[in-house]
Design a binder for this molecule. Structure first.
Ligand SMILES: Nc1ncnc2c1ncn2[C@@H]1O[C@H](COP(=O)(O)OP(=O)(O)OP(=O)(O)O)[C@@H](O)[C@H]1O
Length: 559
């Protein structure tokens, strides 16, 4: 029977198998020389070599770790101990990514300050003293406020380099460049944009704090969020002094965003800061997306839709769009189409003409919902009525956390097509698309009702939000494969996240310390989203024959 050489060696203990002593004692020089013998065990001495290599590696690692930024290390350890659900866990933190020191090229923001003249206009605030934080003042002897962490990143160039058009007294306002104007100017603008090197735009991330709800106040909750200088968000964790177990894990956190809105901020201010420039860009044939993210009851629908007295971003954007169209469109060549859909339990539904679930298809314009109604709109009032109708069709249910909780993700898309003449007297047909997205609440299962259909909804909501966070992680880490296909929501947002699109995210948070975990989660996630870069913007236009006006062929006009 043929026997392998190896089994022969192993079966001959006298020659090759080391006895117990040989295994433990260190090798002599003679033995090392003997290693060259052709019948030697190839693994002989490997253990020791590995040990030595590991030791060397550990030493090198320690040496390099001491050079690294210690603040990041401590932040990492805070993340790892956080008890709440961490949506970021699906991807690794981009810890090794060097922070860019160069100002970023923002096509969307027209009023970028040149790098040479960039100066910080406000000093990163010191952690606020307890006496200052009125809402955070410790009431009664049993409570304790934990100190804030140090400012997260010293390098804030990307945030500082941009001038936000908000009405803040802290960030100085410069005159925005005229974007509108003659057709000739518009064509030149297009050229400038397409000539930019392949640098994408960073997603702009804003945070909005809502006022404390009556119910929360009655439940004895306290404000755990403080917004300073309209950019910095301080999050405080409270605990009773007697809660020894939790005291050890208490943390305060500091985040910085493109802008942060305190609870007194008006809807108009939120709109002007976050979305107004996107509307302007849409009128130049570029795509824009705004999405609201946050826990259930944090104020997403209020921000997006608002109320009759205080209309939200969707309504204000459409009003603004029609105003601008009216100002520019002397010959009435602007055509506005809109669609409104929801993603509920992983099915896509038309909110304007509800019917059978829609199938997603990918064509050259990106992912489209086949058969989705594209309504041709002529006035703001008409759109308002349509929005109202759509919202009545939207799936909302009361949950423990919110009386009228949106159980679906809603996406309103407004497409504007219009024509201008370029320098060679060709007619340029431009199409810009604005997507306004109200995501369902990113609640933890316990925050809602687990016993009913809500649990299935919650699972699907969390699934799609998890898919969204996976995409964000993959985009931030610069991976080649972005898992858009993991959910309907991410398929629909493909354009907004990784495409040529100006994207704005508004993270909504509650001030209540009872929602601390959810708020921290939202802020971590928003902080991560700041690092996403979308592709460079190439406006969608095509050269047509002079006066041969044709609208998007695939649009189904209802009126
Ligand atoms: N900025 C605000 N000012 C005044 N009231 C607000 C504000 N934000 C939210 N609210 C109120 O808080 C409640 C919850 O807000 P909203 O329904 O918008 O939350 P949501 O994040 O959309 O929740 P869900 O994910 O469950 O749909 C509503 O009654 C809303 O009117």
């Amino acid at each position: 029977m043929p026997v392998s050489t190896r089994s022969q060696i192993i079966n001959n203990p006298g020659q090759n198998e080391p006895n117990q002593d040989n295994r433990t004692r260190p090798k002599t020089d003679q033995e090392e020389t003997h290693m060259a013998h052709p019948l030697r065990n190839p693994h002989h001495g490997l253990k020791e070599k590995m040990k030595a290599l590991t030791l060397l590696y550990e030493q090198q690692k320690q040496a390099s770790a001491s050079v690294k930024d210690p603040s990041f290390k401590s932040e990492e350890s805070r993340f790892s101990t956080h008890p709440s659900i961490d949506l970021l866990s699906s991807g690794k933190r981009a810890e090794s990514k060097p922070k860019e020191s160069k100002p970023i090229s923002h096509v969307m923001r027209e009023n970028i300050m040149p790098s040479s003249t960039v100066t910080r206009t406000y000093v990163l605030p010191q952690p606020p003293v307890v006496e200052d934080a009125k809402e955070n003042v410790a009431v009664g002897g049993g409570d304790r406020i934990v100190g804030f962490s140090c400012p997260r990143k010293a390098n804030m160039s990307s945030t500082v380099a941009r001038k936000l058009s908000m009405g803040s007294s802290v960030v100085p306002q410069t005159e925005p460049r005229e974007i509108g104007g003659t057709n000739k100017e518009n064509v030149q603008e297009l050229d400038t944009i397409s000539e930019k090197p392949g640098v994408g735009n960073r997603i702009l991330v804003f945070v909005r704090l809502r006022p404390m709800a009556k119910k929360e106040r009655e439940a004895g909750s306290r404000c755990c969020v403080r917004i300073v200088n309209r950019g910095d968000v301080y999050l405080t964790e409270f605990a009773s002094e007697h809660d020894y177990l939790r005291l050890k894990r208490l943390r305060g956190r500091h985040f910085t965003f493109d802008a942060s809105f305190p609870d007194s901020t008006s809807q108009q201010e939120v709109y002007s800061t976050t979305t107004a420039e996107l509307v302007e860009a849409v009128l130049q044939g570029r795509n824009g997306s705004v999405f609201c993210y946050g826990a259930t009851g944090a104020g997403k629908t209020y921000t997006m839709l608002g109320t009759v007295e205080n209309p939200g971003v969707m309504v204000l954007a459409i009003k603004d769009l029609f105003n601008k169209v009216r100002q520019r469109s002397f010959d009435g060549n602007h055509v506005v189409h809109l669609s409104y859909l929801e993603v509920y339990n992983e099915t896509v539904r038309d909110l304007i003409s509800p019917g059978r679930p829609l199938v997603l298809r990918e064509d050259k314009q990106g992912i489209v919902a086949a058969g989705l109604t594209q309504y041709r709109a002529y006035s703001t009032d008409e759109v308002m009525a349509l929005l109202q109708q759509g919202n009545q069709n939207r799936t909302t249910e009361p949950t423990r956390a919110n009386e009228t909780s949106s159980r679906s993700h809603a996406i309103l898309q407004v497409a504007v097509e219009y024509q201008v003449k370029d320098e060679s007297n060709n007619v340029v047909n431009r199409v810009g698309k604005l997507s306004l997205i109200d995501l369902a609440g990113s609640e933890r299962a316990l925050a809602t009702d687990q016993r009913t259909l809500r649990s299935l909804e919650g699972a699907n909501i969390n699934r799609s939000l998890l898919a969204l966070s996976s995409c964000i992680n993959a985009l931030v880490e610069g991976k080649k494969h972005i898992p858009y296909r993991n959910s309907k929501l991410t398929q629909l947002l493909k354009d907004s996240l990784g495409g040529a699109c100006n994207t704005v995210m508004i993270a909504n948070i509650s001030p209540s310390n009872l929602s601390f975990g959810e708020t921290q989660n939202t802020l971590h996630w928003a902080d991560r989203a700041k690092e996403i870069r979308t592709k460079v913007h190439l406006p969608r236009f095509s050269i047509l024959q002079l006066h041969s006006f044709s609208l998007l062929p695939r649009l189904t006009c209802l009126s």
